[in-house]
Design a binder for this molecule. Structure first.
Ligand SMILES: [Zn+2]
Length: 220
């Protein structure tokens, strides 16, 4: 596969930020982002996987759709210029800057079931992204549940599609301080699991913290 990734840096500086929050490795996190605001996710130490879902903040039955996003852009990976499309066919967010260059939206979130199938039976009880998503919903968004956990984005995660059409979890392509930045095109709820995975090389077997930075509407 030819590597056509193009890195796009942000014009925004941290002094313009309205909000900054470090999500420690292995934890869940959620935040409402208003239309026009820009959210930056920073891979502080590199090679972390940030499993992320987006919902219409006022009606979570409308949510990020991996299939519609891939179809609309005619490409498998997300990067600068990608529009994240909802299950109702609307643009939820646009990726406006990206210094990593490639983000997965095919591999899904790790779960007790996949840990068991992919790695070993006794891995079933290890902490997983699916658990972090559900715990975060139970704590802060109790009107949402299992049925709201759909195909997600894995920011900074490298899941190459092989020539045979398979998926492979490969060593990360990200590095310390790399970031992705998205402009909200509607009011959205962002749900994050800062992946606790210890069994595959996507995060170098070492989960690390990431930072969420929000810039106010009009900052760009
Ligand atoms: Zn995970």
């Amino acid at each position: 596969m030819t590597d056509t990734k193009q890195l796009v840096e942000s014009k925004l500086t941290l002094s313009q930020a309205a909000y900054r929050h470090v999500v420690e490795s292995g934890l869940g996190y959620s935040k409402r982002i208003a239309r026009g605001e820009i959210v930056r996710i920073v891979d502080l130490e590199g090679n972390q996987a940030v499993d992320t879902l987006f919902y219409n903040a006022d009606d979570p039955s409308e949510r990020y759709s991996s299939a519609d996003t891939i179809t609309a852009q005619g490409a498998l990976y997300l990067t600068a210029g990608s529009e994240l499309i909802s299950s109702d066919g609307r643009v939820m967010l646009t990726i406006v800057a990206d210094t990593c260059g490639r983000h997965d939206t095919l591999g899904g979130a790790c779960a007790a079931e996949s840990n068991q199938v992919r790695y070993a039976l006794e891995k079933r009880y290890m902490h997983s992204c699916r658990d972090s998503f559900l715990l975060e919903l139970a704590r802060h968004h109790p009107h949402m549940s299992k049925r709201d956990i759909t195909a997600n984005i894995n920011f900074f995660m490298n899941v190459p599609v092989t020539p045979e059409g398979g998926l492979r979890f490969a060593d990360g392509v990200s590095g310390p301080g790399r970031y992705v930045e998205l402009r909200a095109e509607m009011d959205v709820l962002m749900l994050v699991s800062n992946c606790p995975q210890l069994n595959n090389p996507c995060n170098a077997y070492n989960p690390t913290p990431v930072e969420v930075v929000i810039f106010p509407k009009g900052a760009d």
